[in-house]
Design a protein around this ligand. Structure first.
Ligand code: PMP
Length: 360
């Protein structure tokens, strides 16, 4: 059996240890004589898992008790509606940063429910930068400020939490959560689909400050109401039990790696290695402003775009898969989430060096 280095933006690579444990436990989970997929989400055993999982999440991100952690379904995109539906209250507008494809889609969805004040946009740079702070325009009478921490498609990341004002700060951390420690207390709400750094698709995690619960618009579908899920400990409807289980394994794996400070060092090293290699080699190019390059999604291209297809197919033969850039951006993208070993990055750099020699 050969395991490839999978650079997919998501669903993405999982740690081998996690996969092996899932395999080991597949037929008989915790001595029940059945798999995790065959038991009730309300069984004491599953509820025990949910408690452990929540505690591990709290420990890793140092989340205080005035925040609820919800384990939901519907992916990041459902959050594009759930955020305005639950946080607008009696306000008529919300602030959004427009820094990439994912913020743009969230804005379009929010516009169904409110006026969107665009704090700043980098659209005219093809989303290759973050607009400077002195250009930000925040409407203080809006309900919240929303930004995408890491733009998965464009490869642009906020280096720090944006300093805004007293309004609740909402962050889409789908592709950066758990990659480094964050000061949770600066946020009103964080959400993330699980299929990158948290586990597999099917589960979406929402971390919400308690005072933001209970203000949903009357039109909010029950399944989209955070308070309902908070009251029911995320067991309001049948949960994606297998996805939740994989998350529980991922969190334990992460703790074993030394938690978020340890993984942050590895992540910084991995992305630095590849960015400095590309900067030193005029065969490849990066369009993203160096100050805002993503640590998770390295978006780059070949100077000679006609070689891209060869690059992707030869990389695949070497065991380096899913390097094709998103269709809206083109070029190449290497996603380096927590589960990508440093050796995967070294192998990619080696391949890129050889490829440049052969075609340069
Ligand atoms: N936000 C970001 C930053 C993403 O990367 C993605 C998916 N790649 C989404 C939202 C949408 O997530 P989903 O496909 O789970 O709805």
């Amino acid at each position: 059996m050969r395991r490839n280095y999978n650079f997919s933006a998501g669903p993405s690579m999982l740690p081998e240890e996690v996969l092996l444990q899932a395999k080991e436990e597949l037929m008989d989970w915790r001595g029940l004589g059945v798999s995790i997929m065959e038991i009730s989400h309300r069984s004491p055993e599953f509820m025990e898992l949910t408690k452990e999982c929540e505690q591990d999440f709290r420990d890793l991100l140092n989340i205080s008790t005035n925040y609820k952690i919800l384990f939901l379904q519907g992916g990041g995109r459902s959050q594009f509606s759930m955020v305005p539906l639950n946080l607008l209250g009696n306000k008529k507008s919300a602030n959004y940063f427009d820094t990439g494809i994912w913020s743009n889609l969230a804005i379009k969805e929010a516009q169904r429910y409110c006026d969107v004040n665009c704090v700043a946009s980098s659209r005219d740079t093809n989303y290759c930068t973050i607009p400077p702070k002195d250009s930000w325009q925040i409407n203080d009478d809006a309900a919240y400020v929303y930004y995408v921490d890491n733009e998965t498609v464009n490869g642009v990341q906020f280096p720090d939490i944006p300093e805004v004002n007293e309004l609740p700060l909402v962050s889409d951390m789908s592709s950066s959560i758990l990659s480094k420690p964050i000061d949770e207390n600066r946020f009103g709400l964080i959400f993330a689909g699980a299929q990158k750094n948290i586990g597999i698709s099917g589960l979406t995690v929402v971390i919400i400050r308690e005072d933001l619960l209970g203000h949903a618009l009357t039109i909010t579908p029950t399944m989209f109401n955070y308070q309902v899920h908070a009251q029911e400990n995320s067991l309001y409807n049948t949960s994606p039990t297998f996805a939740w289980y994989i998350t529980s394994l991922m969190l334990k794996w992460l703790k074993k790696q030394g938690g978020l400070s340890a993984i942050a060092k590895i992540n910084a090293r991995k992305s630095q290695k590849i960015y400095s290699f590309i900067d030193s080699c005029d065969f490849y190019q990066i369009d993203v402003d160096p100050r805002y390059r993503s640590q998770m999604n390295v978006v780059f291209r070949l100077n000679d775009d006609s070689l891209t297809t060869n690059f992707i197919s030869e990389a695949k033969q070497t065991g380096l898969i899913n390097l094709k850039g998103h269709k809206l951006v083109g070029g190449l993208r290497a996603s380096l989430y927590n589960a990508m070993p440093e050796q995967g990055v070294d192998t990619l750099i080696q391949f890129m060096t050889d490829f440049a020699k052969r075609y340069g």
